[in-house]
Design a protein around this ligand. Sequence first.
Ligand SMILES: [Zn+2]
Ligand SMILES: [Zn+2]
Length: 349
Amino acid sequence: MATMQGVILPGNSTVEFRDVEVPEPGPGQVLVKMKASSICGSDIRAIYREHLGKGPEAYQGVIAGHEPCGQIVRVGPGCKRYREGDRVVLYHISGCGCCDDCKHGYMISCTSPLRAAYGWQRDGGHADYLLAEENTCVRLPDSLSYVDGALCACGFGTAYEALRRIAVSGRDRMLVTGLGPVGLAAAMLGKAMGAGLILGTDISEGRRKLAEELHLVTRALPAEPDPYEQIMDLTGGRGCEVTIDCSAAPSARLLALRCTRQWGRCCYVGEGNKVEFDVSPLLIHPQITLYGSWVTSLYHLEELVALLDRWGLHPEDTCTERLPLKEAPEAYDLADKGQTGKVCIVFDE
Ligand SMILES: [Zn+2]
Ligand SMILES: [Zn+2]
């Protein structure tokens, strides 16, 4: 029996390697040779530092990595669409397939005990091979690299879903609070969807610099001291029609809301933490619609990769760190420090 190494996260900011058998695809399953498998902020927040997730975020000691992308090398009995050699990105949650949420493609919201996310409750992408359900595969357009695909599996998918929900268009100016990987994704996609002025904020100078160097934002402003007046000056005193918080910092959430124009839309995407604000002056009186948005749907992931192909955009531009699987401890440490762009584990071709 062939074996491979997989990355396990014990929850004390360390990484362990475990030898496991290369799995055999059963009915409706495919075996995917991993090519790229990136690290998400949720991996750091809810697994790497400590196992604080519950329910859908409960980590069950499996191989980590919920942003997998690779090539199908074996197909189990009864597969209907995919064949050996197909390049695929994984929608990272396998749902029951029967509930309302699953039927709409939002397996992320499936509440069945059968629901299992790659890298959380079933083995993920930080190993040479991944056993996947065929119905969680999304074909990767030829123009997209495996790193492009991995970044769509959670981060870019999450940003796209939020922008879609707040219906970003050419009529909008946009503020992104938090220029980590999801914030950079929101800026890149928001620009493609037509947003004119795009402002970003972050406490990290490195991240602000990266956002400006990649030409994803018009201006990247320090999150401290409070950039409210600057943002108002840059928007004719009105604020932005759409705002999106990708940081989860209470002050940044508040800033996003304060900088939302009257009748505008604000979306909270950054996970965890809290926020407290005076509801009348900040939400009710300015007639603001406040959204929450969690990951994306299977169909919207398919739509996203098709649009990236059409737009000629590459999420991998935001990936500043590429490391081999054996350097997973360094990769997680880099992601934890939060000073870089996206961190991705890459595999030999
Ligand atoms: Zn994620
Ligand atoms: Zn379901």
